[in-house]
Design a protein around this ligand. Structure first.
Ligand code: SF4
Length: 343
């Protein structure tokens, strides 16, 4: 039995404009979230991509123990509260409420980092003086018996939709999310196929970036890494753009017990793409519990490809990344020419 009322009272009908902070699970679910709210007639507002200023603001509002990614998230929350959000046309738009879901798990061995479950409380308590209005929804199949679908339908009812309308909105949102993921996976597959069709001497180095999407694709965190790889003439592909379901299944060849779904997808994508890339960059935001365990295991257990492990922290940011990437690419080029022997 779900531990929440799946058809709650419509207590948030006055919320017309919903702010979504551009951080953490936004990078995984933004299509689903936007589609759901827009289907219910709401205006979705997102703030601009991360900069040093986003981090500085988020850092000042966060407790020291928080990881770089969640401090950045706090900076995005503040930007929305301060009226810096943009609607779909790019117009600055004030918000009525923030959307901050509590995402615990999608089932057995499909856990998210505990930060995602605690996020609405973390924001409310860190910004208690700003009194942000937070709209949340729960996804916790294991302990609360509430699937992500249940959580969104309950949220839709709070926003004034009938259960039937909320269900239809969620169906449409899931469809759009699946389409967007398929398009990314397909484009990446095509890119790899086109590289592999080239004569060996003409193939660019192909590097896999393996990281949480809000690390890999956030300009303040992973942006410098992708830029440095491209500047060094490499082609870049991403673990999080590989087919999620295939990656998840593949991850069981690596571990039967790894609890976190995103780390499973990253590991599975590394295994699936291993023979199609020249090197792997694993990237993490300091201090990350799930990554510290998984990345260490990846480096110990996945052989036959050079791996560069980068941890981005609040103090040094991506300083020095260019030099490390240049050396890594030089080593890969040398290896291409038969310079090193490896197992
Ligand atoms: S998985 Fe790591 S980087 Fe992501 S929110 Fe959790 S601690 Fe932070």
């Amino acid at each position: 039995m779900p531990k929440i009322d799946l058809h709650p009272r419509a207590d948030a009908t006055d919320v017309l404009t919903i702010g979504i902070p551009r951080g953490l699970l936004y990078y995984r679910y933004h299509v689903l979230w936007r589609t759901f709210f827009e289907r219910l007639g709401k205006t979705v507002v997102v703030d601009a991509p991360s900069t040093r200023a986003t981090f500085t603001a988020g850092d000042a509002a966060s407790v020291d123990e928080c990881c770089l990614a969640s401090k950045l998230y706090m900076g995005h929350v503040l930007a929305l509260i301060d009226g810096q959000g943009l609607d779909a046309t790019g117009a600055p738009t004030p918000i009525d409420a923030l959307f901050i879901p509590s995402v615990g798990n999608l089932g057995t061995l499909k856990h998210f980092c505990t930060k995602f479950q605690a996020l609405p409380d973390l924001v409310a308590n860190s910004l208690v003086e700003r009194r942000p209005r937070i709209l949340s929804c729960l996804a916790d199949s294991l302990d609360a018996g509430v699937s992500m679908r249940d959580g969104f339908i309950a949220l839709g009812c709070r926003l004034g939709a009938r259960p039937k309308e909320a269900k239809a909105a969620f169906r449409a949102a899931e469809r759009e999310q699946a389409r967007a993921e398929e398009a990314l996976a397909h484009a990446q597959q095509e890119l790899l196929a086109s590289i592999e069709r080239l004569p060996a001497a003409e193939r660019p180095l192909t590097i896999l970036i393996a990281a949480h999407p809000y690390v890999a694709h956030d300009p303040f965190v992973g942006g410098a890494v992708e830029d440095a790889l491209r500047a060094a003439g490499a082609e870049v592909i991403f673990a999080d753009e590989f087919d999620h379901e295939r990656a998840y299944k593949k991850s069981f060849e690596f571990s039967a017990t790894l609890p976190w779904i995103v780390n499973r997808e990253i590991v599975g994508a590394i295994l699936a793409l291993h023979d199609h890339v020249d090197g792997i960059v694993i990237m993490s935001a300091f201090p990350c519990g799930p990554d510290s365990m998984t990345d260490d295991a990846i480096q110990r257990c996945i052989h036959g490809k050079p791996i560069l492990a980068l941890t981005v922290d609040a103090q040094s940011g991506t300083a020095g990344v260019e030099t490390r990437i240049e050396s890594f690419v030089d080593i890969l080029r040398y290896q291409h020419k038969g310079g090193y022997l490896h197992a």
